[in-house]
Design a protein around this ligand. Structure first.
Ligand SMILES: [Zn+2]
Length: 192
């Protein structure tokens, strides 16, 4: 755990302690960043099996996936990270992991420039955040091909300015109507 993460955990613990003195200091909200509860172990196992069968392409070419082992379970600001932070130099191309459709290009305070991509079944959402910029030719609703460059690694949103990385998550939900509401699957388990 980095110092920054450690401090945000302490902050979350103190906030809970102030709000309710009787609550144990160990109470960390174990939910996905979107607010959905984590999947049960059975649901996760099933989703990971389906995702592995898709033979997804890595969003960053030749990325060593062992580097994100455990990233999913870190606690950021009292909330389960639910994603993989893939460190790469600024402007490294980010590739669509599967054929799909852009549900939304969204600029958020925390995620910065983000892409929500729906898989062909509409059940999985691939989320790419902290982009430096989008690829020139992508828009909401566009079909994208597996391996197509959709953007470039950066530090937009709340990423540390000196740590360009891709925040990548795989969510299970309704990818076409409510792309922002998902329960996440550990990308490490999918790609390892
Ligand atoms: Zn992240």
């Amino acid at each position: 755990m980095s110092l920054r993460n450690f401090l945000s955990v302490i902050l979350a613990i103190s906030t809970i302690a102030i709000a309710d003195g009787a609550t144990a200091a160990t109470e960390i909200k174990s939910v996905n960043p979107s607010g959905e509860p984590p999947l049960t172990p059975e649901q996760s196992a099933q989703a990971i099996k389906e995702l592995r069968a898709k033979k997804l392409e890595l969003p960053i070419e030749n990325f060593d996936i062992t580097r994100v082992k455990g990233s999913f379970y870190e606690t950021h600001g009292g909330v389960m990270h639910g994603a993989a932070d893939m460190l790469a130099p600024r402007n490294t191309p980010v590739h669509a992991v599967e054929n799909g459709r852009i549900s939304k290009l969204f600029n958020s305070k925390r995620g910065g420039l983000t892409v929500y991509e729906a898989d062909p079944s509409g059940r999985f959402v691939y989320y790419y955040a902290h982009l430096e910029k989008y690829a020139d030719n992508i828009h909401d609703g566009d079909a994208v091909k597996k391996g197509e460059v959709i953007g470039y690694v950066g530090t937009s949103g709340n990423a540390p300015p000196n740590t360009p990385h891709l925040h990548f998550s795989i969510g299970l939900g309704d990818a076409t109507k409510k792309w922002w509401v998902t329960s996440s699957v550990d990308p490490y388990e999918v790609f390892k």
